[in-house]
Write a protein that binds this ligand. Sequence first.
Ligand SMILES: [Zn+2]
Length: 384
Amino acid sequence: MSTIKLKNADVVLPDRTVRRNSIAVDGGRIVSVGETAEDASFERVLRLDGCTVFPGFVDVHNHGAAGVDVNDADADGLLRVAEYLASCGVTAWMPTLVPDSDDNYRRIIGEIDRLMELQAGKPVAQAVGVHYEGVFANEKMCGALRPEFFKKFDGHQLSELPRLRNGVHMTTFAPEVEGGVALAAELTKQGWIASIGHTQADTAMLDAAFAAGARHMTHFFNAMTGVHHRDVGVAGWGLTNKGVTFDIIADGVHVVPRMLELACRAKTPEKVSLISDSVAPTGMGDGEFELWGETIRVVNGRTQNERGSIAGSVSTMLDGVRMMRSVGFTDGEVAAMASTNPARLLGIDGLTGSIEAGKFADLVVIDGTGNVTMTIVRGQLAAK
Ligand SMILES: [Zn+2]
């Protein structure tokens, strides 16, 4: 583990962005920001004139990339996703599963366990847990999820979802499925992140889920009822409930740019996380791909399945960051949404998600044109 000094960069700190500043890294951690030792005392000095250093991005909703589908992958495939994600500035991620058979769930959880061993000490996006998108979702709001694998909850089914040996467990659920509110309570009791989504629950049901411990919402606006001035819908409930946070796909396709601006301003950037919701074809260009038992077509950066639904995105966290900058969010606000808030959601904000002495040196350097020039994961440079 080497000592590195990043110098002459604009550095996005939790409370401000400082121009032409330095960061000192030692043993995989940030040791100081601003006041750093002489260049000669570092093994490596990186001059970053004209660049901005953000905390590494944290993606809590990712189905794969670079041709690899998380549901279908083995540990080596997942490692390729993790390499690709690091090249786009992601330093931590949650492999995200669409509803599947119990057998395949068991298999893939074993592969994520193995990934967690493989990734140790490598400069790739670090998988920190698993996100089950469903199986407790509303069939009418299924989007690209396969309803044949959906479950109801009568007190037992949570134990049917296999667990990782270590890591964060998150699930997206609809409060109105049978037993949904009891499920929210059980998830919370067992330390899961209970995230409301794929839902058309009414306000009373959402309030009940909130009271039971659900504090987050999945891909805001997508696969939920929208805002109407005589019916607030799931989205209006999420915007007005101050205790709930949400994540949102900032690709400009799932939610148009003006609506991203409107929703994230209304919610405030302190309560929003950006997600990619990316799927296997991400990074592969346009074409036809087999995914989740269907043919997915990617045309001009949009996915569509045979039922006409959008089937996840082919965007990256970097695309989301660019989008949010383009609609007027400051770098500090963008860092909160891309890094700090998702790290807090996952409970790993003591280790990563902001540029502060003592945290992991998880950093992404963006040049003046908005491209990633380098990603640093726990003090090591990721491959470009
Ligand atoms: Zn998804």
